[in-house]
Design a protein around this ligand. Sequence first.
Ligand code: PGA
Length: 252
Amino acid sequence: MRKKVIAGNWKMNKNLGESLSLIKDIKLAMLNISGKVDVIVCPPFTSLETGANLLKESPVKLGAQNMHFEDSGAFTGEISASMLKSVGCEYVILGHSERRTIFNENDEMINKKLKKALSSALKPIFCVGETLEEREANRTEKVIEKQIIEGLAGIPESEMKNIIIAYEPVWAIGTGKTATPAQAEEVHVFIRNLVKRLYSPSVSDNIIIQYGGSVKPDNSKELLNMPNIDGALVGGACLKADSFVEIIKSAC
Ligand code: PGA
């Protein structure tokens, strides 16, 4: 039985003081939530160390939003896997559509990042998703298939238990448009079958596949009730403790 995993992607929001108060509020609210759901917060880099200290005695886990695939060197502005580990990160979001489109990350780079994260004992939340144009051209499955095959190239079966896949249709991110539960479930089933083809039935049965894209307290329950939707990657609605916690509760 797969456990639900709710992750909050804060994106470029919240300075240190604001991060502190949001993490404190989430931590407090979590005291009343049973252990049936895993919760991850992904604040900006500047709040990670403070976040890790605040979350020491809490079940809430910490993730970063990106990293570089090289170990160190002349890469101005970049952050390495070992830097993330050293401040207490357990997870890292990789291949987010904003990284793919605004910062030109391609499948080959994302594959290198996934491998570096795994070899550094960071658990990737690996994002895939189609644009509206691709969906309307009936290319959703082709696009997702390419992102997954190229993203996971060379990653052995033994590492798959450490990867979460997040299906995030680009047209649903930050737009207020959510995939219907049936639309999302259809793609989740496609991803699970693809993972079975690439790895094995047991990897496919156990892998966590989150949905992301305008997940809110008023739509999370019906999405999370779908048999192949194992959690959510939440953007806008994770910036307030109340709405994030409502989504967590709907997963319980
Ligand atoms: P959103 O973002 O919930 O604001 O649509 C989700 C994401 O980008 O991960």
